[in-house]
Design a protein. Sequence first.
Length: 399
Amino acid sequence: MIRINPRAVVAAIVLAFGICFSPTVKAQDPSLVGQWSSVQDWPVVSIHIIMLPTREVLFWAYNDDQGFYLWDPETDLIRQATNPQSNIFCSGHSFLPDGTLLISGGHIPPNNTVGLNRAIIYDPYSDFWTDVPDMNGGRWYPSSTTLANGDVLVASGDKTPTQINELPEVFELDLADWRGLSSAGVYIASYPRTFLAPDGRVFFATHQSRYLDTSGSGVWTGVAVKNVNSDDYGSAVMYEPGKVLWTGGGNPPTATCEIIDLNDPVPSWQFTDSMALPRRQNNVTLLPDGKVFATGGSSAGGFSAESGAVLYAEMWDPNTGQWTIMASHEEFRGYHSTALLLPDGRVLKSGGDNHLLRKSTRHLICSTGYGRRSPRPPRVSAMAKHSSWKPSTRQIFIK
C-alpha cells in the first residue's frame, strides 16, 4: 500500500489552483539554512562538472569546440584545459585508483543521438588525455561505476536514435582493455542510477532494481521494486555504504522519496519523508556530515518546465528521515543542470539548458551551514601524482 504524505497532498492542491507556493525559511539564518552566493558567469554552460584530486573543477559544455576548463574554487580563477578533440557531451566518467579519470562515450555530431564508442583517460596532474581501446559500441548517456578492484563498469547509453547499447562492459585496469559481459545483455534506459554495493556487485536503482555481478560474463539478480515508478528524471544518492536514497522524478513529478538498505538480507524500498514540493530534473548531493542536499528541478509536468521552478534547496537527515527547507537561489536549474560538493563543504550549482537559451553561463555556490565548519584538505600538487588516492565509495548522481 502506498503511504500518502499530507505535505505532498497540500502541495498538489496548491499547484492545481495555480497558486505560487514559496515556503518561508525562518529568519533566513545562513548558519541554519545556508546562503547562496551571487551569480557568476563562466565561459560555457557547465553540463559536466568533476571535482579533481588537484582541487580544481573540470567542466565542459555541449561541444568540444566550446572548450574544456579548470576552475579553482579557492582563487576563483579559470584556465583552459587541453581539448580531447572528441565530443564527450553526456558521457560517463569514473575515477581510477590513481586519480585519473576514465571518460566513456559521448555523441557524434551533428546527429546528437548517435553514440560515440571512444573512451579516454584524463590525467589531472599533467592535463593530458590518453586514448584507450574503443568500447563495443556507441554510448550516449551511459552510466559509469568504479568497482571495488578499481576496474570500471559502463552500462546503457544510446547507440542510435532507436537503439540502446544493451551489453555492459568492464574496463580492466590490468589489461587496459574492455571485457564485454556477454551474458548480461538487457535493455536499461539511459543514465541508470548505479552504485557499488557492499558485496562488490553493482546496484541499479531503477524501478525494478537489480544487481549486476560483473565477474565472468555477467549475471543479473533482481532486488526489489520501488513503491513509486519515478525513474523519469529523479535523482539518487548512496548516503551511507549500501544505503540509497531516491528523490522525486516522474511525469507529473512526485515529491515522494524512498530508501533501500542493501546490507539487509532481503532489501526493499521503503518510504521516507517526502520533499516539500515535487521535483524532476533535480540534483542530490551528499554532504560531508552524511546529509543529502537537494537542489533545482521543476514541480510542473512536462520535460523541464521552468514554470514549475523549485528555487529553494532542501536537506535530508538520514538520522531522522526528515527534510528541512534551506535557502533559495535566483534562477531555475533544470535539465542539464549540475551540482557538486566542493572541498570546503560548499555546493556548486551550475548549468541548465535554459541558461544556454539566455546566452548565459551563470553559476552559484551555496554555503550549506555545514561547509564553513569543515576542514580544508591539503591541496594536491599538479606535478605530483598520488598513487594511493582512491575515489570515494559514496556516490553522487549528477545528471
